[in-house]
Design a protein around this ligand. Structure first.
Ligand SMILES: [Zn+2]
Ligand SMILES: [Zn+2]
Length: 81
């Protein structure tokens, strides 16, 4: 029997059967009920992108900081004749 080690879920020391989870936690994982703490995600609603700065992803951070649109337009100093 190959020893796969123990479940990686916190506080669980059962024998791992798949994905480093025990039977019980593997089932949860398959149902997407295990917390995936690979990276923190953006706090904006319905956004699951990884964080870029602070608690926002790059897209939302850019919007929040008003850098979405380039404030173009040269100063109108050349008017008049
Ligand atoms: Zn477990
Ligand atoms: Zn976002």
């Amino acid at each position: 029997m190959a020893n796969k080690g123990t479940c990686k879920a916190e506080g669980c020391s059962r024998e791992a059967v798949a994905k480093h989870y025990c039977r019980k936690h593997y089932r949860l994982w398959k149902r997407d009920e295990m917390p995936k703490a690979r990276y923190k995600t953006c706090t904006a609603e319905n956004c699951r992108k990884p964080r870029f700065k602070g608690s926002l992803c790059e897209q939302h951070w850019t919007v929040a900081h008003g850098k979405g649109e380039a404030a173009g337009g040269a100063p109108e100093a050349a008017q008049g004749s």
